[in-house]
Every structure is written in C-alpha cells, then in structure tokens.
Design a binder for this molecule. Sequence first.
Ligand code: FEO
Length: 167
Amino acid sequence: MISERMAAELNKQINAELYSSYLYLSMSAWCDNAGYRGFSSWMRVQAEEEYAHAMKFYDYMLDVGGKIALDTIEKPQTEWDSPYELFEAVKEHELYVTKLINDLVAVAIEEKDYATNIFLQWFVTEQIEEVATASEIIDKFKMIGKNKESFYFLDKELGERGAATQA
Ligand code: FEO
C-alpha cells in the first residue's frame, strides 16, 4: 500500500503530465494557425505522449491502491513569437518536468517506497531523451538561421514523426 504522501505527489504528477499534454496541444494549434503543418504534427504527437505519461501514473496508482484525485488543469500559453521560441519553451518545460521527476524519486527514497522508485526510473530515462530531443531541434534552428528553404525542410522533417506514429 502506497503512503498518503507518495500518493499525493503522484496525483500532482498526473496533473503535471496532463498539463504538459495540454501545453503541447496548444503549441500544436499555434503551429497550425501559423501554417507550420510539420511542427504542428510533431507537437500533436508530443501531446499524445504526455497523455500516455499521465495514464502510466494513473494506472500505477490503481495498481498500488493509491486514491486518484484529479485536479484543475492550468490554462496553457496560447501565443509564441516564432517556432524557434516555441521549441525553446519545450526544452524549458522538459527541464522543469525532469526536476519534478527527480523530486518524486527523492520522496520515494525518503518514504522507503522501493516499488515507486523502480516505477519512476522509466521516467528518469524518458526525461533524458525528451530534453536531448528538444536540444537537438533547437540546434537545427540555430544552424539554419533565417534560411527560408531550410526552414521549410525542417518543418517537413519534424512532420514525419507525426506521420510515422499515426500510420
Ligand atoms: Fe511527460 Fe515530456 O514529460
């Protein structure tokens, strides 16, 4: 049986993952409105991944007898200046989520909750990948600068992630 403290922290993380999903969906909508179909598609896949993360926590809570308590999801930002700024915001958000996951691991250790600690390790690894992917995309933006043709191809390249996942 999971401790009340641990369950409360995992409930907060369900909310944080749902917020992440909402934020990336908002980013996807902004990209669509601005005509960046590829970036939009990438963000939409990202939003779906975050929903899946929330459900991983949700299912774990069910498995260990934690009481699930869903809360209000914060309103996400709806406007960005450019796709570059948008991906900078993705990286910043993923660094924030990494901190949340690390804090959860610290609580699991304090609570001597070894099962939750093991469960969280998947997220520790996942966060390394999430931050690395965002950094890689930002590097590409820096490389192409204001070159419109390269920008077109980057939008196309990122759109392929969506096509591959949704196929
Ligand atoms: Fe669920 Fe991108 O962290």
